[in-house]
Design a protein around this ligand. Sequence first.
Ligand code: ZN
Length: 394
Amino acid sequence: MSARATSSFAQPRRVASIRRAIGHLLGVETRGSRVLSLYLGFDPSRMPNLRERRMEADSLLAQAERRWGGDGHVSHLERMALREDIEMVRGLLAEERELAPESARGLAIFCAAPAGLCEVVSLPEPVEAMVALEERPYIEPLLELASPERWCVLLLSHRTSRIFTGTRERIVEVAHVLDDVHRHHEQGGWSQARYQRGVETETDRHIRGTCTLLHERCKRRAFDRLLLAGPAELHHRVELELHPDLRQRLAGCFEIDVERATADEAHRRAMPLIEAEERRREQEALSSLEEGLAPSGHGAVGLDEILEALNEGLLGTLLLARGFRAPGFVCPVCGRLAASAHACPLDGAQPARCEDVVENAIELALENAAEVLVVRHLGEKLAAHGSIAALLRF
Ligand SMILES: [Zn+2]
């Protein structure tokens, strides 16, 4: 068996850098100034097109100026700070390299000039363009990018195996194995029956070898889910040879031309199965929620109840519809989150209003090592519960 690595996998480095950026942004000291958060998505089919990127950035900055730069609910000082932020971002974007990092599909920029905060994060996939001005960096789109599920797609024919890994957005080939199944036939004068048995044995050996290789790889760099592709008659045989650790990750099979398929084609064919798996997981969480909504169950709905569970460290999974936001309150003394403006039960302090308490809730959930599930497919079902819900630990 000959195995060769065909390419290194670039995505995790970028995901790791997003995770680092999130860690940094969670801890950032804003000293009372608001943070201008800007998300730019680049159309991958037209990139790199600096002019369009600048136009998109300019239009977002103009939007920020219109929404928060005039008289209204922000103070004179905050307006001055916003102007400073906008100038800072313009300065950044004037530098070509900031707008065109190699292979970036988007940019996130966080700016609070009075607090000396200026952070640029290059994104591995396009995001929806948006701008926010809030007490904290707006990090929800980053969270979605930073915790993608890792997928492995194994293409296997009688003599070739190809291993692809990646996320729902992209997979790349990381190993290619070619076994010379027909060697014996070419060398000796086997009878047809013996040849057939020989090929069967060689195919079995090839399958076993590939499964071992895949298991080794998974131990080195784990993936969450596995798809199996190739001639249908081999699927069951591979499944039987998979290590139990891998078999439990198997999420489906599909047919494909193993020798000729490109990474894009493998990804396109895998996508319906990936989405089906996401839907299944969302459904599972929602069913668990519905069961948990019985009296004294482990489900929680209603912003107040969810924030209370978070404050108490009882939250296991936070379910959120994509883009869901809600105003709320934060205690300036102890940081307790609340949906209403009652004095803090711990220290009696009057809570401060914040425009998006969901963002604080996500931060707190992550600090408490709770799972944050952004519901992508079944948002309507979650909407019936108010677009935010929780599964409690106890
Ligand atoms: Zn408090």
